[in-house]
Ligand binder design. Structure first.
Ligand code: PLP
Length: 407
């Protein structure tokens, strides 16, 4: 059975060109870039090239790029590295729809006596910039707001947020793990101080990331050790993976147009056809300001997990914002923050495409999905209650356990 991979916000296929670029650094070119000898020194040139490639993708200067082990590390380093630089300040601002790699850092800081303001979002997942302005105070050390939401694809106005924080002299970090490689970003034209990215979301392998730190931004290393990365991150550089990330960044720049035309059209075809063919289906998030590859759909009165299981039987990979076979788990924190009703949030499915998808992939989903939903609804007492006009069962009013969508 052919695999139809539509879970690219969780992780992507490593591009064959990236694998090719990495291979020599496992065998022949294994030197340490910090060594004095030529054998190691030659590796340094490849590191420098990768730094240029990553910087070019986001319109930055190579010296502003620090390689890390993943997006999670980049987020931790951005937040902690800023707080270390402003030891007297005890307040940060984030958002309720952040990835756990920011949100849980905030919760950890709260347990350490920091004040954390989590800004809310409206029903479409949009931030209120007036609420942001009102949250800032003299004690605010950092604002950290994502560039694109991993579950819905909703884009945040990071350029405008950066302008607001710059005016107040407060550093601004954005978790752009889902945005880099999917939409154009130009650090030369905005006031963002720190930006996180991750290799495995843009066809490089898992376990490599980068943190952009604008020249002049106050930052103390989070990973304390050697003098690598300009003294901003200790640890011998992971040369093969860094070279791979560089090549992936170069490919992503070339493929941005394909992502924003052909891939976007495939996403729209999938979304529009499913909406037209399946009753009680809703789109979660702002359809106008979204990543080109993502759609998050709710099939009302059923369970996302059962949908995923039947999709899996057809070779289709997607994700769900719900994991509540036990009936006790809450649906995704993102959909809850948006106020999506439980009847819809439980049955949410995220499809996320990539440049490796084609129309046959999308049409396969369009073909099998209506009968999958019908089968599950036929077995669902909630759907039957809904059709009979009865009040909703308590199952859909949620429990107290948390669920996060992977990626
Ligand atoms: N931030 C966002 C928005 C993500 O989607 C992810 C992916 O899981 C991460 C951070 C974490 O990145 P990584 O898996 O590289 O640690």
């Amino acid at each position: 059975m052919k695999t139809v991979y539509l879970d690219n916000n969780a992780t992507t296929r490593t591009a064959p060109e990236v694998v090719d670029a990495m291979l020599p650094f496992f065998s022949d070119l294994y030197g340490n870039a910090s060594s004095m000898h030529r054998f190691g020194g030659q590796v340094g040139r490849h590191l420098a090239r990768a730094r240029e490639q990553v910087a070019a993708l986001i319109g930055a200067h190579p010296a502003e790029i620090v390689f890390t082990s993943c997006g999670t590390e980049s987020n931790n380093a951005a937040i902690m590295g800023t707080l270390y630089s402003y030891p007297a300040k005890r307040h940060i601002v984030t958002c309720r729809t952040e990835h756990p790699a920011v949100m849980n850092v905030g919760h950890h800081l709260q347990s350490r006596g920091y004040r954390v303001t989590e800004l809310g979002v409206d029903g479409k997942g949009n931030l209120d910039l007036e609420e942001l302005r009102a949250a800032l105070c003299d004690d605010t050390a950092l604002v950290s707001i994502m560039a694109a939401n991993n579950e819905t694809g909703v884009l945040f106005p990071v350029d405008r947020i950066a302008a607001i924080t710059r005016e107040r002299g407060i550093p601004f970090h954005t978790d752009a793990v889902q945005a880099v490689g999917k939409i154009p970003l130009n650090m030369a034209g905005n006031a963002i101080d720190l930006l996180s990215l991750s290799g495995h979301k843009l066809h490089a392998p898992k376990g490599i990331g980068a943190l952009y730190i604008r020249k002049g931004t106050r930052f103390s290393p989070y990973m304390i050790g050697g003098h690598q990365e300009g003294g901003r991150r200790g640890g011998t550089e992971n040369v093969p993976y860094i070279v791979g990330l560089g090549r992936a960044a170069e490919l992503a720049a070339d493929r941005l147009e394909d992502e924003n035309t052909r891939v976007k059209e495939l996403r729209d075809r999938l979304e529009n056809q499913l909406l037209a063919r399946i009753p009680n289906t809703l789109v979660n998030g702002n359809r106008e300001r979204r990543l080109p590859n993502t759609t998050n759909l709710s099939f009302e009165y059923i369970e996302g997990e059962s949908i995923l299981m039947l999709l899996d039987e057809e070779g289709i990979c997607a994700s769900s914002g719900s994991a509540c076979t036990s009936g006790s788990l809450q649906p995704s924190h993102v959909l809850r923050a948006m106020g999506v009703p439980f009847t819809a949030a439980h049955g949410s499915v995220r499809f996320s495409l990539s440049i490796y998808n084609d129309v046959a992939d999308v049409d396969h989903v369009i073909h099998v999905m209506p009968s999958i939903i019908e089968r599950i609804r036929d077995m669902s007492p909630f759907w039957k209650d809904f059709q009979a006009g009865k009040p909703m069962s308590s199952f859909f009013t949620g429990g107290d356990a948390e669920h996060h969508l992977h990626g």
